[in-house]
Design a protein around this ligand. Structure first.
Ligand code: SF4
Length: 459
């Protein structure tokens, strides 16, 4: 079996070449993580909410088929047209046919990671349909022809000078004017016209409520509402995992989502769409695209609990120091590294290794997904399936040989201590990336074992 390329390593190395920018990225995301901590600690019932959120999701996943059908029936009763897509290609075709039916050639779209996952923009653009992403961060990356680097903060890899240059090039704003208010107003002017002149609006879905057949879309900019209310066609695209059983469950998830994502008590707009308004057509596309397969993988089914808050991104030392694009997947970060191999094991075999397994992701996850354990489980699956890469396989075999034989282990440890003490340049050199930003640890004179032998009778 051919071995995967280690895309993440290479992309991360490229990202780190600009040390100042990488440090700024790291600190900015840590700032968001700290805001999350403050918001979470402000409510004493935070851990109880996490438990409840996790249990509701567990129950929903165990009865996913029933809740999806209940949702479909209730949505239809409300006058919504419901479509089922088994994969990305079906999803794109369904959306295209709806647009074609309405002669829609200009579309506004609020943030939807599912449409990123399905490559919808590209698909529609190839068919001469113009799609404008109306979330400000998404609009910026779209102008730059880049994918989002973060699921909540799509342009977090860019600084205000980058945005200024991008807007100067595409929107003809003043050169070098980096004032965020000025730049935001410029984007607003352009986007207002797009909302009004569009033929259809596409939105994502944060939660789909089975008992009501309605959906909830959370934004901080109100762009989903503007798009939907200014247009005669609303298409909402959602993955199966967005389903929740009851409207009252929203009281748990809306609190967990905003505090975990940005440290806000609640997202600025939590918009509820239950039926098309008079004269409007509303469609919901329910998308599988590998989700039922993931549900069937016992070790990874919990990953479908994810509410896409990105708290695991903001806390992850690898994500913060390697940037979202290094993950080469629509969902980056720790959870993306669990979801991606399910979609394409070979292409994404490198991602579960892009983690220190420190467990910080698991600690912050609002729905208590055991993220670091699943990353570790994926590594075992990928190695067993032959996707580990020759270097990794050889070094693991070597380590197994050393660690399983005490005599060889003792000999190797003694040699390592000798070399690190008397010939440090053999390990601490340009060829060893581990030492590029680290100091050589001081080597003890003797091993713990030797020390223990000498001292164990002294007590
Ligand atoms: S895995 Fe948890 S922390 Fe990460 S995005 Fe999903 S819900 Fe948020």
């Amino acid at each position: 079996m051919s071995q995967p390329a280690t895309h993440h390593n290479k992309a991360a190395a490229a990202f780190l070449k600009n040390g100042q920018r990488a440090q700024w990225h790291d600190e900015t995301l840590w700032f968001v993580r700290a805001k999350r901590d403050k918001a979470a600690h402000q409510i004493p019932e935070w851990e109880a909410l996490r438990n409840l959120g996790s249990q509701i999701k567990e129950h929903t996943l165990s009865n996913l088929d029933e809740y999806l059908l209940q949702f479909e029936a209730n949505a239809k009763k409300n006058g919504i047209k419901v479509h089922w897509a088994n994969n990305a290609a079906e999803h794109n075709q369904i959306v295209y046919e709806i647009l074609l039916h309405h002669n829609a050639v200009n579309v506004v779209k609020s943030k939807s990671m599912l449409t990123e996952e399905c490559g919808l923009n590209h698909y529609l653009t190839e068919r001469k349909i113009s799609v404008v992403d109306t979330d400000l961060g998404e609009y910026i990356v779209q102008l730059r022809n880049e994918p989002p680097s973060h699921i909540v903060l799509p342009a977090i890899h860019l600084k205000k000078e980058d945005v200024s240059n991008t807007f100067h090039k595409h929107l003809h704003t003043e050169k070098n004017n980096q004032d965020p208010v000025y730049l935001t107003r410029a984007a607003r002017q352009v986007l207002r016209k797009k909302f009004i002149t569009a033929d259809a609006a596409i939105t994502g879905v944060n939660f789909a409520v089975a008992e009501t057949g309605g959906i909830v879309v959370c934004t901080n900019e109100g762009n989903a509402d503007l798009g939907v209310h200014a247009n005669k066609v609303h298409i909402a695209c959602m993955g199966f995992e967005k389903i929740i059983p009851r409207a009252q469950d929203l009281s748990v998830f809306l609190r967990l989502l905003a505090r975990s994502a940005t440290g806000q008590p609640i997202t600025t707009y939590s918009s509820h769409f239950h039926r098309p308004k008079a004269g409007q057509e509303m469609h919901i596309v329910l998308v599988n695209n590998g989700r039922t397969e993931q549900l069937g993988r016992e070790a990874f089914r919990n990953s479908l609990k994810c509410i896409r808050c990105a708290a695991c991104f903001n806390t992850c030392p690898v994500y913060r120091r390697s940037g979202g694009h290094s993950y080469h997947n629509s969902v980056a970060g720790p959870i993306g590294s669990i979801l991606a191999p399910n979609l394409d094991m070979r292409k994404n075999a490198d991602l579960p290794f892009a983690s220190t397994l420190c467990g910080s992701c698991t600690n912050v996850c609002p729905v208590k997904i055991n993220i670091h354990e699943q990353l570790w489980s994926w590594r075992q699956v990928l190695m067993a399936e032959g996707y580990g890469g020759a270097a990794k396989k050889t070094s693991m075999k070597l380590m197994t040989g050393v660690l399983s034989k005490p005599a060889i282990y003792r000999l190797s440890a003694g040699m390592a201590r000798f070399f690190m003490r008397y010939l440090p340049f053999l390990v601490n050199n340009r060829l060893n990336p581990w030492y590029k930003q680290r100091d050589m640890p001081s080597v003890p004179k003797e091993s713990f074992k030797d020390w223990y032998k000498k001292n164990r009778n002294h007590e």
